[in-house]
Structure formats: structure tokens, C-alpha cells
Design a protein around this ligand. Structure first.
Ligand code: FAD
Ligand code: NAI
Length: 490
């Protein structure tokens, strides 16, 4: 009873936040209509990436003031918060993806037609102000000139060079990764079924049915939760002889899962996963993997153990992309840390890349002081887009422009069987105006069905297109009523 009531209460609030955002942009358009000061020449803005930072930035630009080219190896934006659900079929992959061309089409104006290039940026010439982009599909490269370059290439899965992980584990970062997990899970079920029918050893059947997730951060926990949901509902129904033999193990190196939450919330998440049948092992590091075995080392007792697995998923964290590392090294100076790995591009509080001119970086590839989350990348893109349209990138005006301030609205994570955990900074909700913002760091911490209602309604309302909202709503209803699709040849 609590959940529907909360959804009913929170949905309008969530919609209000989105509508307010759109209204502010609309006000800007109205003001501009009556302003005679349009710039004489259009800036050529090249954006690298099609993720949270780039899209949010693009949506705030003024098409009358800039010529935009977006370069990304991925021709679509995807909604990362629902990626774990995509691995089990709770939502379809197409429901969380949006074509960049569709977004660019909405951006075009009478005097501007944005371009999209499906390619990897490979190098930047700071003198000539060009960026070289390679398209691996057709083996060609293109050199683009820019006036302003915005680097938002995100991060990649970090395996810390642990032996065998890259080769044998599936990552959990891109849509393709979640589809790989989905395909592997369905294949393992069918393989185990065939092995059982053929009279193969119990050991071999059990190995196929042991699925190991490494990393107890939010990615690993949400994936484990989705896998448990899938096994406890759909697998139980369609593979009744196998469901009881499946083992889902979550391995975390530190002492607790969901380390960014308060200790009692981490404990709740752990207990919830265990309650649903997962084995949760903390204080245990993965030290290597072979085709069928993953090696573990106890963080405290230094005991070496191993697990025979059928599926290994790596959710052990993120690191800088090779492109980011090579660009930072090319700039040199402050960009190269004296100790430790290079984690991203150093930027100032307006996202100007230290040691360069007319190059900006945001999101997971930038070291800006904000956490590497969609929430932060979205706010940064919004800030930078508005900064571009308000200052026309005039250095003097940019210098005087207010610095970016990150507002952490809180964290949420799904922990299975329609429960979630939430740590919300409620004093920040409902107003984007500085006068309305609370100070301090008070948290409202929730767990269970109520947190799940907030998790669903919030992530639903934050989707960037109406099309995806309807698709996701439809998928949630379909998987709730008819179960997840287990037939798809993904
Ligand atoms: P991304 O969104 O990763 O986009 C980077 C873009 O750059 C991509 O389009 C990529 O193809 C492109 N690119 C890569 N290399 C190049 C190149 N050489 N040239 C040009 N383009 C390139 N955060 C939250 O706040 N809440 C959540 O619930 C949440 N859930 C998550 C779930 C999962 C499974 C994952 C993996 C992350 C989640 N995050 C969440 C984190 C969030 O998704 C990231 O912080 C966010 O995507 C960062 O945005 P970005 O724009 O910096 O990078
Ligand atoms: P993470 O860095 O948050 O977590 C990775 C975990 O893997 C860590 O707890 C680490 O101790 C563990 N680990 C690393 N190496 C290991 C090893 N060898 N053996 C065992 N454990 C090991 O990475 P994650 O979860 O991918 O998140 C990345 C970013 O995306 C974070 O900033 C996170 O906040 C954000 N995110 C947010 C979500 C949400 O708000 N619901 C969901 C998913 C991601």
C-alpha cells in the first residue's frame, strides 16, 4: 500500500522537476527573441561523445549561435541507470537507447544543421585546432576543425590488469555488455539443461549455473539483484529443474557492498541479496581468472580460494580511456600525476582543460571534483551549455561567469524483489534557484518498497525522451504481468 501511494505522490514531483528545466530553457528562447545582440559569427563546436555529459550540453546550446559536430563511436545515447535491468530483460535494450541523430534533428535551426560522425577521436592538434577521428568500420579518418572542443568521452571498465579478467569476463558498462550477459545467462541455462539430460556430471552442470559478479559497487549490486529476480521468478517457472541449482555470487574486495551508503544501508543491501539467494562475499579480492575458474584472495586472512564459474561479470570500477590518457600526456604539466594512475583530464571550475585553450572536458573523463555519476555529468553538461550560450565563449565573460557547483541530490540503488535503498538530499529538491537551495548535508535515508517506489519514479522521470519513458513503462508492465522474455536470440 505504501508503494503506490508514494508513486502517486512522487511522480508529479519528478515531472515537475523536469518541466521546470524545460521551462527555464523556454524562457531563455523567449528572452533571446527580443534581444538584438546575436553574435556575428558562429562558433564551430565539436563534441566528443554521445553520453550524459554531451547530450545535456548539446540540449542547452543555442543552434543560432553555434555549428555543432558530434563525434562518437556510439551513434546513440543510452540510459545507464536501467542497464542492469536490460541484462535480464526487465527492460529491452531499445527502450533505453535514443539515436543521436534524433536528438540532433531536434537541435537544428533555419541556419544550422548539426553533424554526427560515428568515429573514435584519436588525437587533438592544439596548435591547428583540429581533432582527428577514425572510423574503424570503414577504415577512414577525418580531420575536423574546431573553435571550441568539448571532450566528454566518459570512462571505461577498469580491470586493474588482473590476469585473465579482460579475456574471460564480461564487462558491465555498455549496452552491448548487458546484451552479452543476457545471452550468456540464457545460453548457460540451456547448456545446463542439455548436460543434465545427457547425464553429464553434476559438477559440470553446477559450474554452468554458477554466475559470479565481481565488484560490490552499485553496478555489481544492481546486476546481482536483477539476476536474483530473474532466477526467482522466470527461471523458477520455465526451468524448474535448474532454479534450485543456480548460484549467484557477488565478490567485493572491501568490507562492505555499496560503500558510498551509510553502514546500515550497506548491511540492508547485503542482507536483501542474501535473502534472495545470492552468496555475498566481502573482504575478498579477485586476483585472476581462467576460462572456468576465478581466483580469490582474502583481504584479511590472505587465504587463496577459487570458484568454478559458468559466467563471470566484471563490475570492479572505472578508469580513464586510452584517448583521455594520451591527450593528458600530450598536454603534460599538471595533467600528469606524479604518483598513481592518470584518472582523467584536470579542469577548472568552468570545465576548461588545464594547460589548453578552447578545450573543455566534462563527465567521467574530467577531474572536476564531482563524482563519476550520470547526475554529475548531466549537471555539468547543463551548466556548460548555458555558459556557451550566455558568454559566446568570450574569454573575458567566461572568466566573470559563476563557477559550477555540483548539487548532490542523493544516491539510489535497486537491491532486488522490488526493494531499493536511497540516500536523498531532500533539502535540494524542488528548487534549482540558489535562494531555494539548502545548505549542509542532511540525508533522508530509506530502504525497502518505499525506496523502490522512489527509485522507479525518479529514474522514470529523468529519462531524456518521452518515447523512452513510454517504452520503459510498457516493458515494466509487460515483464511484471507476463514475465521476462526468455526466448530472444540476443
Ligand atoms: P558516458 O555517458 O560514458 O559517455 C561517453 C561517450 O563517449 C560515449 O558515447 C562513448 O561512446 C563516447 N566515446 C568513447 N570514446 C570516444 C572517443 N575516443 N571519441 C569520441 N567519443 C568517444 N550514474 C548515476 O548517477 N545514477 C545511476 O543510476 C547510474 N547507473 C549506472 C549504471 C551502470 C551500469 C553504469 C555503467 C553507470 C551508471 N552510472 C549511474 C554512472 C553514469 O552512467 C556515468 O557517470 C555517466 O554515463 C558519465 O557520463 P559521460 O557523459 O561522462 O560518459
Ligand atoms: P565502483 O568503483 O563504485 O565499485 C567497484 C567495486 O568493485 C568497489 O567496491 C571495489 O572495491 C570493487 N573491486 C575492485 N576490484 C576488485 C577486485 N579485484 N575484487 C573484488 N572487488 C573489487 O564501480 P561501479 O559500481 O561500476 O560504479 C561506477 C560509477 O558509476 C560510480 O561512481 C557509481 O556511483 C556510478 N553508478 C551509480 C549507480 C547508482 O547510483 N545507482 C549505479 C551504477 C553506477
Amino acid at each position: 500500500r505504501v508503494a503506490p501511494a508514494l508513486v502517486a505522490g512522487l511522480l508529479p514531483m519528478a515531472f515537475f522537476t523536469t518541466a521546470r528545466d524545460e521551462w527555464e530553457d523556454h524562457l531563455y528562447d523567449l528572452k533571446k527573441q527580443f534581444s538584438p545582440n546575436n553574435p556575428p559569427r558562429k562558433e564551430r563546436v565539436v563534441i566528443l561523445g554521445s553520453g550524459w555529459g554531451s547530450l545535456s550540453f548539446l540540449q542547452r546550446l543555442d543552434p543560432e549561435k553555434v555549428d555543432v559536430t558530434v563525434v562518437s563511436p556510439r551513434s546513440f545515447f543510452f540510459y545507464t541507470p536501467l542497464l542492469a535491468g536490460c541484462s535480464t530483460g526487465t527492460v529491452a535494450s531499445t527502450s533505453i537507447t535514443e539515436s543521436m541523430r534524433w536528438h540532433l534533428d531536434r537541435f537544428k535551426s533555419s541556419s544550422s544543421r548539426p553533424l554526427f560522425l560515428q568515429a573514435h577521436a584519436s588525437s587533438i592538434d592544439l596548435e591547428k585546432k583540429t581533432v582527428t577521428c577514425g572510423s574503424s568500420a570503414v577504415g577512414v579518418s577525418t580531420v575536423l576543425e574546431y573553435d571550441q572542443l568539448v571532450v566528454a568521452v566518459g570512462a571505461e571498465s577498469n580491470t586493474f590488469n588482473i590476469k585473465g579478467v579482460k579475456k574471460h569476463a564480461t564487462m558491465m558498462k555498455e549496452v552491448e555488455d548487458s546484451l552479452k550477459v543476457r545471452r550468456a545467462v540464457l545460453e548457460k541455462l540451456e547448456s545446463a539443461n542439455s548436460l543434465l539430460a545427457s547425464g553429464a556430471s553434476e559438477e559440470e552442470v553446477l559450474r554452468h549455473l554458477h554466475w559470479v559478479v565481481v565488484g560490490g559497487g552499485p553496478t555489481g549490486v544492481e546486476l546481482t539483484a536483477e539476476l536474483c529476480d530473474f532466477v526467482n521468478s522466470d527461471v523458477k517457472e520455465f526451468f524448474p529443474g535448474l532454479a534450485g541449482k543456480i548460484q549467484i555470487s557477488l565478490v567485493e574486495g572491501t568490507g562492505k557492498v555499496l560503500g558510498m551508503f551509510a553502514p546500515h544501508i550497506s548491511e540492508y543491501a547485503r542482507n536483501k541479496l542474501v535473502e534472495q539467494g545470492a552468496n555475498v562475499t566481502t573482504s575478498c579480492f579477485v586476483t585472476g581468472a581462467t576460462e572456468k575458474t576465478v581466483n580469490l584472495l582474502g583481504a584479511v586472512d590472505k587465504k587463496k580460494t577459487f570458484i568454478d564459474y559458468g559466467l563471470l561479470v566484471w563490475a570492479g570500477g572505472i578508469g580513464a580511456r586510452p584517448f583521455t590518457k594520451s591527450f593528458a600526456t600530450q598536454i603534460g604539466g599538471e595533467q600528469v600525476p606524479k604518483k598513481g594512475p592518470l584518472r582523467g583530464l584536470k579542469v577548472d571550475n568552468k570545465f576548461r582543460v588545464t594547460g589548453t585553450e578552447n578545450v573543455w572536458a566534462l563527465g567521467d573523463c574530467a577531474l572536476s571534483g564531482s563524482p563519476p555519476t550520470a547526475q554529475a555529468a548531466y549537471q555539468q553538461g547543463k551548466y556548460l551549455g548555458r555558459l556557451f550560450r550566455e558568454t559566446n565563449c568570450d574569454k573575458k565573460i567566461v572568466d566573470e561567469h559563476a563557477a559550477f557547483e555540483f548539487h548532490n541530490y542523493g544516491s539510489l540503488a535497486y537491491v532486488g524483489s522490488s526493494t531499493a535503498v536511497a540516500d536523498l538530499k531532500l533539502h535540494l529538491w524542488g528548487s534549482d534557484h540558489p535562494a531555494g537551495r539548502g545548505q549542509g548535508d542532511e540525508s533522508t535515508v530509506l530502504e525497502g518498497k518505499g525506496a523502490f517506489a522512489i527509485w522507479r519514479s525518479l529514474y522514470f522521470s529523468k529519462m531524456l525522451s518521452m518515447k523512452n519513458r513510454w517504452q520503459v513503462l510498457f516493458d515494466w508492465c509487460m515483464s511484471g504481468v507476463f514475465g521476462r522474455d526468455i526466448s530472444a536470440p540476443y
